[in-house]
Design a protein. Structure first.
Length: 141
């Protein structure tokens, strides 16, 4: 099972408790029993904000980045959040989970279609907050 870089988009109203908000949006896709899971709607086994993909959301993360909402640079959350409106690079990720709880992933799209889908989702939720998440994914293909 690979570790994949996934992005959860939060609405502004959910920014106060990022960890809990991400957890709620990911919960419907959790695989409880890897050995006996046959539900293709369940996608991840375990996750953490940042993880092996720490800082990737910023492309070239800098500890003094003014977009960190006053979080200390040492806070692991600081390296893994970015308001959509500050996105200044191509976002490359395996999956995006929207504020409405929808899961979109690269397995269901051709490469160019997936790139366009990422752009469309970022435009749709341009007032949101991107949270970089390391998900251990179970693939069915």
């Amino acid at each position: 099972m690979p570790h994949e870089f996934c992005v959860v988009i939060l609405e502004q109203t959910l920014w106060a408790d990022i960890q809990t908000s991400v957890e709620k949006l990911l919960a419907p896709y959790q695989i409880v029993d890897v050995a006996n899971n046959s539900d293709p709607g369940k996608r991840w086994y375990t996750w953490e904000i940042g993880g092996r993909w720490n800082g990737v959301i910023h492309n070239a993360w800098q500890p003094d980045d003014p977009r960190l909402f006053g979080l200390p640079a040492a806070d692991p959350l600081a390296a893994n959040i970015l308001p959509v409106r500050y996105l200044d690079h191509s976002l490359r990720c395996y999956a995006i989970i929207t504020p409405t709880g929808e899961w979109f992933d690269a397995d269901r799209y051709e490469k160019k279609q997936w790139e366009n889908k990422i752009i469309a989702l970022c435009q749709q939720f341009r007032n949101g907050l991107l949270v970089g998440v390391d998900c251990v994914i179970l693939n069915y293909g």
